[in-house]
Design a protein around this ligand. Structure first.
Ligand SMILES: [Zn+2]
Length: 248
């Protein structure tokens, strides 16, 4: 039987579940208007309904993207100032149909019109207690006269956990399956870097725990097949462990 060319047919969705645990305080900036605490200079983004802190899917996805760009050396260099790096494919369209960045994260600046393969869900803190954040003072030193300008930062405290849910879609059987491993590489890079702001001051150290990966193929949606559990571990394991298990 000859292989039918894929005209955009969805072959499979893979849902990755787990949780994100904060090892140090996290600051992902929110809208100051929505906060009642007085005198805070930088607030964290929160769910309007529950008041609990959020990790927006866009923040995690953006950090995954930039981590992979650095890992693969695919940032764009500014033409006038080569020391300045830009987001991949933001200056010139990328015409590589197998490009890991454009395929996984999508790109609108391409004739090949890459469809994004990765969805990252918004995540609301799991903690039940009523105190969800802490205020930390940071000193911004003026280089000229070393005068300190104290600023109050709101952070989500270390130990807080958030649910993790990613959806990875497979259209091209070979390339998309191969690139699935990059998702775990990106998450590992974030563990060794940080999430959110003030990372160089120690904020935003996180650990990911993957508990389950389930595959839903094309037949599943037509009630002709069942889902397939690719990976399961109740306690959850690190993304690098998952990568090893899936690709060794
Ligand atoms: Zn690209």
């Amino acid at each position: 039987m000859s292989e039918i060319k894929n005209n955009g047919q969805l072959k499979e969705n893979r849902i990755i579940e787990g949780y994100i645990k904060l090892e140090t305080g996290l600051h992902i900036g929110g809208n100051k208007d929505s906060l009642e605490i007085g005198g805070v200079d930088a607030v964290v983004i929160k769910d309007l309904k529950t008041g609990k802190p959020i990790i927006p899917g866009s923040s995690l996805k953006g950090k995954m993207r930039s981590s992979l760009e650095y890992l693969l050396g695919l940032c764009d260099r500014d033409k006038k100032n080569p020391d300045v790096l830009h987001i991949h494919a933001s200056i010139e369209p990328c015409n590589d149909k197998n490009c890991p960045i454009c395929v996984i994260f999508g790109s609108s600046k391409n004739e090949l019109s890459f469809k994004t393969r990765l969805i990252v869900r918004d995540s609301i803190a799991l903690e039940e207690e009523s105190i969800y954040t802490e205020i930390k003072m940071e000193n911004a030193l003026t280089r000229v006269n070393l005068s300190a300008t104290p600023r109050k930062f709101e952070r989500v405290p270390a130990g807080t956990t958030f649910p993790l849910e990613l959806v990875y879609s497979i259209y091209d059987q070979n390339n998309d399956r191969k690139l699935f491993s990059k998702v775990f590489e990106a998450l590992t890079c974030i563990e060794h870097s940080y999430l959110g702001g003030q990372g160089s001051r120690g904020y935003g150290k996180v650990k990911f725990y993957i508990t389950k990966i389930t595959a839903y193929d094309n037949a599943y949606y037509k009630n002709e097949g069942k889902e397939r559990v690719i990976f399961e571990n109740e306690k959850g394991v690190s993304p690098s462990e998952v990568r090893k298990k899936l690709y060794s």
